[in-house]
Design a protein around this ligand. Structure first.
Ligand code: PMP
Length: 286
């Protein structure tokens, strides 16, 4: 059984409890992070800690822990659960006032709730799916306008994954005003004539921690990166497509809405970026 962390305590997963009045539960008033663990070490802990602070600040929510405390909790959970490869899920909510009310509770009276748990995924970096790539469908992006805040409002992304599954695909890319925003739980890219194209950062998309690292490594490897909008049609006509996220790293996309990308198999750029990302990230994992 897993040991999880809830509000200062390490407990067996079936003993960890959160109030029914918790605003995460009643209002999706909470933010989260997913950090990968490879070889027992945290991948880009710093990036995730910084984004957590940004999300909390944007929602005027106090951080229940310092960055050092957070690192210590992450490491303790990796040790207690004997995680070699996997993920750590972290969620902070605006806490549990003693009743349901739309108004935010006084933070002095209602401390935020913090929960962390591990997900054991042996061989996470050797996912065989990366060798053949994934298929995506396009769906309308009907999410709210602050997608740069990593909130736990994941109903539409969940529905998107279900729509993909029903269509025989693996995931969905969301489209707004004719342009791809991002995947349901990842950032979206295409490659044309060696150039890596991805939507620029704004409130329209989550500022992926993996995105930042991959684009940095790409530029360091003399690859050209263009941050701009692209359409589904342009993606279908691209040489390659791929996604990035903390748990899939870099994953080739080989089909969009039934149209094969390139030859319908992973090209050269995405697998190379995956290799570089994994290698460089492991080097600086803590
Ligand atoms: N966009 C969305 C909507 C996501 O949910 C995620 C992953 N949580 C990402 C992008 C990728 O972000 P990261 O690389 O930090 O995992």
């Amino acid at each position: 059984m897993r040991t999880v962390y809830v509000n200062g305590e390490y407990l067996p997963e079936n003993e960890a409890k959160v109030s029914i009045f918790d605003r995460g539960f009643l209002m999706a008033d909470g933010v989260y992070e997913v950090t990968s663990v490879l070889d027992g070490k945290l991948i880009d802990f710093d990036g995730h800690a910084v984004r957590l602070s940004r999300s909390l600040d944007a929602l005027d929510m106090a951080s229940p822990v310092t960055k050092d405390e957070l690192l210590a909790i992450n490491r303790e959970l990796v040790t207690l659960n004997d995680i070699t490869d996997g993920m750590i899920y972290l969620q902070v909510t605006r806490g549990a006032p003693n009743d349901r009310d739309f108004a935010f509770p006084d933070p002095d009276e209602t401390p935020s709730t913090i929960v962390l748990f591990t997900q054991d995924k042996p061989g996470l970096a050797d996912n065989p799916v990366a060798l053949k790539g994934i298929k995506v469908i396009s769906i309308d992006d009907i999410r709210w306008g602050r997608r740069d805040i990593k909130t736990v409002q994941l109903l539409y992304p969940s529905m998107g994954k279900m729509m993909a599954k029903a269509a025989g695909a693996d995931d969905a890319w969301m489209v707004e005003d004719g342009f791809v925003t991002e995947g349901t739980s990842n950032n979206a890219y295409i490659v044309k004539n060696g150039k890596i194209i991805t939507r620029e950062l704004s409130t329209d998309i989550l500022h992926g921690i993996t995105r930042a690292a991959v684009l940095r490594f790409a530029k360091e490897s003399q690859m050209v990166v263009e941050e701009r909008n692209f359409t589904i049609q342009e993606a279908q006509e691209a040489d390659e497509a791929f996604i990035t996220s903390a748990s899939t790293f870099v994953m080739p996309v080989v089909e969009i809405d039934g149209e094969k990308i390139g030859k319908g198999t992973p090209g050269r750029v995405a697998p190379r970026l995956r290799e570089i990302y994994l290698e460089e990230s492991r080097k600086v994992a803590i």
